[in-house]
Each structure stands twice: as structure tokens, then as C-alpha cells.
Design a binder for this molecule. Structure first.
Ligand code: 13P
Length: 250
């Protein structure tokens, strides 16, 4: 059985005050949900604060993005080694906002995936199709291509120690959540496609759904056979919503 994982992606949000309020507001629910892993990905500047706030509860944390470089003349970057120094567990990689606004190609995403693993973090590989791609019925090809780009570089066995987040771009921040059937269909496809390469990986890898997940939709989404939790944006910033989503994964 795969353990459900509920992960908040805070994106570019938060203040020192709101970060403390949010962690304090969700920690009891995270601790009580003993069969659910709970994690948050704050902006890099709040990583140390989050590390201190979660030291005595069960919440894990990760970065939203890291550099492929470890140190040197790379202005503005954050290295996976720096993130690991604060005992982070995860780093997102290939989020559609990074692909779209920072021109991250599949090759860049693959290099970041390798760097994240190499330095002891678990990559949360984000994949998903645009509305146009869904409407032209190429969703499955798109997710396969995004996965293959990483597998070609990292190898299939690397997927034993990663998380996949299926986030249809048209559902992110739009309020248009995929139906549980739509999401399950793609999740099942991803798992069976992986199984052709490694049954061990396919059985083990957690595949999260992301895109307008709310407390009201979480339980139904997470009850699908191949949906192992969620990667949550907007609703991860609202205590009652995120607590509801954690409880929906129990
Ligand atoms: P929303 O939950 O705000 O749609 O964001 C999803 C997402 O992009 C999580 O990474």
C-alpha cells in the first residue's frame, strides 16, 4: 500500500507572520493523520523558518525549485545542497509555472531531477497537459514524453525514490478541478506505462493529483485507486482548507 501524501505548494506567497500562523494551524491535523504524509513547499527564503516550525511535529517540507548547480557564480539560484542543510525532504521539479515562465525544458527538468536526488532530496516531478493538448487528445502522449525525458537521463530505477505530480495545466489556479474519473484515467495510464518498464516502480511510486484541489473535492479524488494524494496550491494557504484536504486523505 502506498502512503497518501498531501503537499502544499505555497508558490510566491507568505510573510514571516503568515508562515508561522499556517504551520501552527495545520500541525495538529498533520500529527493526527498518522497514515498520511503532510509536507509544505515554501518559498526558499522561508525554508529555515519552516524547518524550525516543523522540528517537533510530523510536517515535512521541500523546495519549490532548485538549481542544477551546487555553488558558484549563479546569481539568484538556490542549490539542492543548501536546501538539504535545513533537513528538507523534497524538491518540486518541472512545475508547469517553471516550464511556462522560466522556459524550463524537459532537458532542464531532467538535469534538476538528477541533482535533487544526488544531494539526498526526493524529487516531486510535475507533469501535465495544457487545455489545447487535452482538447486535441494528446494528454497521454504529453505525460509519457515528460516522463521519458527524465527516465532517459536518470534511469527507471531512479523513480523508486521520487514522487510524480500529475497537474493538468488547465486545472491549476482556475477552479476547474479535473473530475475524479478524468484524473484517475491519467494516473492509471501513468502507472501502467511505468509498469511496462518496472513493476516495482509502478507499484511503489506515489502519484499526486494537482489542480484546484479543495477540501470539498479531496476525498473523492484521493479515493481513486491510482491517486495517492495531492499537490495543493491556493487551498494550501488556507488553514481550514488544507486541514480538510489532509483529512480527506485519511
Ligand atoms: P492550485 O491548487 O492553486 O490550482 O495549484 C495547483 C498547483 O499548481 C500545485 O503545484
Amino acid at each position: 500500500m502506498r502512503t497518501p501524501l498531501v503537499m502544499g505548494n505555497w508558490k510566491l506567497n507568505g510573510t514571516k507572520e503568515s508562515v508561522t500562523t499556517l504551520i501552527k494551524g495545520i500541525e495538529a491535523a498533520a500529527d493526527a493523520a498518522t497514515n498520511v504524509e503532510v509536507a509544505v513547499c515554501p518559498p526558499a527564503i522561508f525554508i529555515e523558518q519552516v524547518a524550525n516550525l516543523v522540528a517537533n511535529n510530523s510536517i515535512e517540507f521541500g523546495a519549490q525549485d532548485v538549481s542544477t548547480n551546487i555553488e558558484g557564480a549563479y546569481t539568484g539560484e538556490t542549490s539542492p545542497v543548501m536546501v538539504k542543510e535545513f533537513a528538507a525532504k523534497y524538491s518540486l521539479v518541472g512545475h508547469s509555472e517553471r516550464r511556462q515562465y522560466h522556459n524550463e525544458t524537459d532537458a532542464v527538468v531532467a538535469a534538476k531531477f538528477v541533482a535533487i536526488q544526488k544531494h539526498g532530496l526526493i524529487p516531486v516531478l510535475c507533469i501535465g497537459e495544457t487545455l489545447e493538448e487535452r482538447e486535441t487528445n494528446v494528454t497521454k502522449t504529453v505525460v509519457e514524453t515528460q516522463l521519458k525525458a527524465v527516465i532517459d537521463v536518470a534511469g527507471i530505477d531512479a523513480f523508486e525514490n521520487c514522487v510524480i505530480a500529475y497537474e493538468p495545466v488547465w486545472a491549476i489556479g482556475t477552479g476547474k478541478v479535473a473530475t475524479s474519473e478524468q484524473a484517475q484515467e491519467v494516473h492509471a495510464h501513468i502507472r501502467s506505462w511505468l509498469a511496462e518498464q518496472s513493476k516495482v516502480v509502478a507499484d511503489k511510486v506515489q502519484i499526486l493529483y494537482g489542480g484546484s484541489v479543495k477540501a470539498a473535492s479531496a476525498k473523492e479524488l484521493f479515493s481513486q485507486a491510482d491517486i495517492d494524494g495531492g499537490l495543493v496550491g491556493g487551498a494550501a494557504l488556507v488553514i481550514e482548507e488544507f486541514v480538510g484536504i489532509i483529512n480527506g486523505a485519511k
